[in-house]
Design a protein around this ligand. Structure first.
Ligand code: ADP
Ligand code: ADP
Ligand code: SF4
Length: 613
């Protein structure tokens, strides 16, 4: 076994503790030296050769900054990179294949971004020796006989030219200035920017300054800019965030049809339906977040996603999770759960008018304890509708009936900025002033959100220092912790991994039961929507101009309407219950269209139908 000691130096604060890790270490106590202060950095350093792995420092550290794990010896042969002496270790690398799209799926903190940076040549791997810079020859020799070898050779010879769509696109408008048209024209090296604009529906955004773009426009702009580069490696880190379902499918099609011949494409995406639709192969990244990450062998996309969900990788003979992730195959239970409950809010046909935007809402109701899923594009009036329910906007026609009291809304917008949450506060201050029970050990918010999303590790951090994913977790926690009657969460899954998305989904369900409230959740990850919603409400129309909200419908019916509207067919995988998007024109696609079953739920015992062309 190889001992791996990792210190998270963001959490470690030696001037705020009594250096318990050093004081209590049994090796140190008996005259040896397993951990000491590094005089240069004024932070502790653990010597893995002398450390006996007792784990005392792990438990004593008040900031939970230390992790110690034992890993099998043979894994070390795959060690590719280590960030510093007690830093994160990356084993192996997802290896892209020419003319194929490689998807990467896995928990946050297991090295996906690190892997992308190595593939792109932005980070030269150090083979686990942070003090030395190994030559490319040595790196290539180390991985002799593996698929990585050829890729490294190409990288060493300067044959890889990468174009990289970064994960946190919100940072881009701070660094780049100009209009969409001007910037795309400048970025374009393939003479295709106008085509991409048309394909990605950016025509109406051409003259806009990129600072005023909506999240979805900014995402599509970035994808167009990257695809227009004359590269041979295209990296897309979470291309689905802020896009609605139709746009996700469109982006997947555009990436596939515009990748140049002989190029490599690598995609990190946590929306498993989108990843499935976009990729040929997948690599699963697993390990312990922030401590070590291992890249699996490549699997065919359908099988790989199922192995990931089941939590077992056969080629590695490795269990990566104790519990499988299962989506419900037939959602009738979700519907029955609320049918016995009382009506919470009821509305007649509504007409709402805001300057140039008009919204028609069909009559409907929300039940106590219900999670109402919302499906539809951005700027179609979803927020306007909820604000009308809360009495913040008066409808021109119709009325909202509610039980006596005034309803309070707790709202999480789609895009977050540190300013709106309170940039100069710490996470702890923000949670405390929102609802002190979020910090009370044993309260359900503390257990099911704060701990499970690992927000307890962020308590000392300032809001404006959080990454996009961390900010999302904190914003979700705050929205849920707030006492209210209606909760509106707009895309709570952006930047979260598959497991975190389900933790949030469960917490939202729990919230509506515990508070007898209703939650309205805008979610473009269909697997998550399917998992969380009791019923769904479909919004159609022309974004920014005219919206039409249909009455809340049972999940199957609502999904069917929604998918028919956007022209996509989906089948549920009988093994895992996950939704799979049918390839356009495939046998299943044609059959489902003919039957009018845009959302196909297999009968019990039914096997997965192969997609035939
Ligand atoms: P993912 O993309 O899967 O979330 P990353 O590759 O971003 O994972 O990071 C994996 C781990 O590597 C992080 O949890 C962090 O602890 C560590 N890490 C990332 N970048 C650095 C860096 N520049 N210096 C030190 N540690 C880093
Ligand atoms: P969604 O939540 O579906 O993204 P919104 O309900 O926020 O959409 O907005 C729908 C449309 O109404 C958008 O075009 C938006 O610009 C416009 N809008 C929203 N609030 C106002 C307002 N207070 N005044 C004028 N127009 C508004
Ligand atoms: Fe010392 Fe035990 Fe921590 Fe190793 S795990 S540094 S031996 S306290």
């Amino acid at each position: 076994m190889v001992r791996v000691a990792v210190i998270d130096y963001e959490l470690c604060k030696p001037n705020k503790c009594n250096k318990e890790c050093i004081v209590f270490c049994p090796v140190n106590k008996t005259g040896g030296k397993a951990i000491e202060m590094d005089p240069g950095r004024k932070k502790p350093v653990i010597y893995e050769e002398t450390c006996i792995g007792c784990g005392i420092c792990v438990r004593k550290c008040p900031f939970k900054a230390i992790s110690i794990v034992n890993l099998p010896d043979e894994l070390e042969k795959m060690l590719l990179h280590r960030y510093g002496v007690n830093g994160f270790k990356l084993y192996g690398l997802p290896v892209p294949r020419q003319d194929k799209v490689l998807g990467i799926l896995g928990k946050n903190g297991t090295g996906k971004t690190t892997a992308l940076r190595i593939l792109a040549g932005e980070l030269k791997p150090n083979l686990g020796e942070p003090d030395r810079e190994p030559s490319w020859d040595e790196i290539i020799r180390r991985f002799r006989g593996t698929e990585i070898q050829n890729y490294f050779r190409a990288l060493a010879e300067g044959k890889i030219r990468a174009a990289h769509k970064i994960q946190y696109i919100d940072l881009v408008p701070r660094r780049v200035k100009g209009t969409v048209a001007a910037l795309l024209e400048k970025a374009d090296e393939r003479g295709i920017w106008r085509e991409l604009v048309k394909e990605l529906g950016l025509t109406s955004a051409l003259d806009k300054d990129i600072r005023v773009l909506s999240g979805g426009e900014l995402q599509r702009f970035m994808i167009a800019a990257v695809l227009s580069k004359d590269a041979n490696l295209y990296l897309f880190d979470e291309p689905g965030s802020y896009l609605d379902v139709r746009e996700r499918v469109k982006v997947a099609r555009v990436i596939r049809s515009y990748m140049p011949k002989n190029s490599y494409v690598v995609v990190v995406e946590h929306d498993i339906a989108m990843l499935d639709y976009l990729s040929d192969h997948v690599v699963i990244m697993y390990g312990e977040p922030g401590v070590y990450g291992i890249s699996s062998k490549p699997y065919a996309v359908g099988a790989g996603i199922n192995y990931f969900l089941k939590g077992y990788l056969p080629a590695e003979n490795m269990r990566i999770r104790n519990e499988p992730i299962k989506y419900t195959i037939n959602p009738t239970e979700a519907l029955q759960a609320i049918q016995t409950s009382t009506k919470y809010i009821e509305w007649t046909r509504l007409t709402i008018s805001l300057n140039d935007f008009n919204l028609e809402v069909d009559p409907g109701e929300v039940y106590e304890g219900e999670v109402l899923g919302i499906l539809g594009p951005n700027a179609i009036g979803k927020t306007t509708f909820v604000r009308t329910l809360a009495g913040e906007i008066e409808p021109v026609e119709g009325e909202v009936r509610k039980p006596g009291e005034k309803l309070k809304v707790s709202y999480k917008p789609q895009r977050l900025s540190p300013q709106t949450l309170g940039e100069d506060k710490t996470v702890e201050e923000l949670l405390r002033e929102t609802n002190s029970s979020a910090l009370a050990p044993g309260s359900w918010i503390n257990v099911e959100i704060v701990k499970r999303l690992r927000i307890d590790r962020l308590l000392d951090r300032r809001i404006d220092e959080l990454s996009g994913g961390e900010l999302q977790k904190v914003a979700v926690a705050v929205t849920i912790a707030r006492e209210a009657n209606i909760y509106l969460l707009d895309e709570p899954s952006a930047y979260l991994d598959v497991e975190e998305r389900l933790i949030v989904a469960k917490a939202i369900k729990r919230l509506t039961e515990a508070r007898k409230a209703a939650a309205i959740v805008v979610e473009h990850d269909i697997a998550v929507q399917d998992y969380i919603a009791n019923r769904v409400m479909v919004f159609t129309g022309t974004p920014g101009i005219k919206g039409h909200a249909l009455q809340p419908l049972p999940l199957n019916e609502g999904m069917n309407k929604f998918l028919a509207e956007i022209g996509i067919t989906i089948r549920k995988d009988p093994e895992t219950g996950r939704p799979r998007i049918n390839k356009e024109g495939s046998f299943l696609d044609r059959m489902q269209r003919r039957l009018g079953k845009y959302y196909y739920i297999p009968r019990p015992g039914e096997k997965e139908q192969k997609e035939k062309k």
